[in-house]
Structure formats: C-alpha cells, structure tokens
Design a protein around this ligand. Sequence first.
Ligand SMILES: *Cc1c(COP(=O)(O)O)cnc(C)c1O
Length: 331
Amino acid sequence: MNQTEVTLQHIRVARERIAGKVERTPTVLSQSLSDRAGHPVHLKLEHHQTTGAFKLRGASNAIAALSPEERSRGVVAASTGNHGRALAHAAKLEGMRAVICMSRLVPENKLDAIRRLGAEIRIVGNSQDDAQQQVDRLVAEEGLVMLPPFDHPDIAAGQGTLGLEILEQIPDAASVLVPLSGGGLTAGVAAAVKGVSPATKVVGVSMSRGAAMKASLDAGRPVQIEELPTLADSLGGGIGLDNRLTFAMCRELLDDVILLSEDEIAAGIRHAYEEEREIVEGAGAVGIGALLAGKVTAKGPVVAILSGRNIDMSLHRRIVCGDAALTERPT
Ligand SMILES: *Cc1c(COP(=O)(O)O)cnc(C)c1O
C-alpha cells in the first residue's frame, strides 16, 4: 500500500486527537426525501460543526499532530473560505500563531470572519496563485508550517472522522453522498467507511461547472480545468497538478461521481431550507440536490453529508425566493 495513504487506523488516531475540539454532529432522518426515494434518507448535519463546516476536523487534527517545535513556529495557508476559518479557530484554541494569505479580490466579509477568529491576514496580489506564493515565502523566511486544505494525510484523516460517526449513527448505510472538490473529505470518509463497512458505496457529488476531481479521474491523472463561478463556491478550485494523496485515494475508493447543474444545486439549498429547516451553502446542498434530481441509484439507506453553511445570506434569500437569474448560466 502507498505509504502516504490514509487508513482506518490513522482516522481512529485522529478521532482521539480531536475529541473535545470538534462537535459530534447529529444525523437525522429526512421524511420528505425518504418518501421520494422509497428508502430511508438521512442527513448528516455537519453544517452545524463549529466554524460552520467539517474543515475544523482536518485542521484540528493536523495542528494536534505538530511537534512542539512546529507549534512554536505557527501555521500558514492560502484560503478565503472554510479551511481558513477552521485553521484560524483551531490555532487560536492552541494559542498558536496562524497566518492566512489571500488576494485583494477577497470580499471584506470573508476577510472579517477570519480576522475575528484571531488569525493574521496577509493580503497580496490579485489571485489565489499570488496568495500561495506569499505562503511559500512565509514558510521559507519565517519558518511557518503550511497546512493545505485537502492534500495532506492529517487533514484527510481528520475529515475521515466524519465517516466513523456516520457508520455509528447509521450502521446499515448502503450509500454515502459526499460533496467533492479537492477530495480531502471524500478520501477520508471513504477510507473510514470502506474500512468499517466495505459494502457501503461512497459517491462524490460536484457541480458540472469546474469539477476538477471528476475531470482528473476521467483523464487518469490530475488535470487543470477552468474555474467557473458556481453556487457551490466551496467546491471550486483545482486538485493540484502535483496532487500526492487525494487523487489516488479517490481513484481507488470512490464508487461514483455525480455532477449537478446550478439549478439542481439551487433546488438542494431550497429544499434544505423549506423542508428540512436547515440553512446550507451550495456545497453543502449537493447531496440533497442529487437526490431531488433522481441521480442517486442506491437501493438502501442513504446518508447525505451537509458539509457547510457559510453562505452569504442575501444570496441565500435570493435562492429560496427562486431568483432565476442565479441559475440561468449555461452549465
Ligand atoms: C472544502 C469543502 C468541501 C469539499 O472538500 P474537499 O476536501 O476539498 O473535497 C465541501 N463542502 C464544503 C462546505 C467545504 O468547505
């Protein structure tokens, strides 16, 4: 076995490490989705996780795995979204320095959210690449430790703790629907689920507009594709042409990948709000969207992971009101 691969054992260690630092989130039965599907559909309410997304699991585990010497140096990442929030929160809890690098184009509200969590913010350049260059500089010059959002064994193992919880809550799950971008969540959850229950299917769900992992799996190697605006903004971005971990794990462990149009993602957000009384961001709604679109072929109990809730509320309002302009872009 590839020695960089994340195993069930790593994930069990991660769970011990992050106990008390992250919430064990509930799984609830969705009556309306079960009625439609003809078998039980459960929702893993991970959007209620502290910081509003599962990313705190990976960040907490990666920070807990650092040596005392690395802790004294602090951590750094380029992220405008949920990973940045998670890292800032986890570092603060440990009394560590965290630096988050971002481009000038990042909106003020996202910047504030991370600053409020106590992280230092470095604003550089006009793109995510510029921000990453700043990260590399801080690693070289100030000795900070870089913790990337998905392609790292301790990050993926931390996300995998979600898979352990799901099978404890729903031991007879036939299929688990996982929002898929860089694949840290999918790799971790798949390793946990297949390790405990090999017959359970793990299905990734992405948006059609810029599904980098799907394109890479089809090509048989990591490929770069154009990044397009999408309602599932937390699923945007590439997997890295030098991907070391998550591509191989997704290739080995994933049973299927489902792609959704912008309309189908909006329908997922709307259903979560109106039928389940849950506010989720686009990335967190893709499992529900896939079920509503009739794209899930499972024959038994399904668990959909609601992965995050960090959506701009004026956008959320427009979506639940059915603003067609949001989804009329070609897909
Ligand atoms: C990061 C993120 C994902 C995707 O996770 P990957 O590990 O990059 O595949 C899904 N949903 C939300 C809310 C996220 O923040």
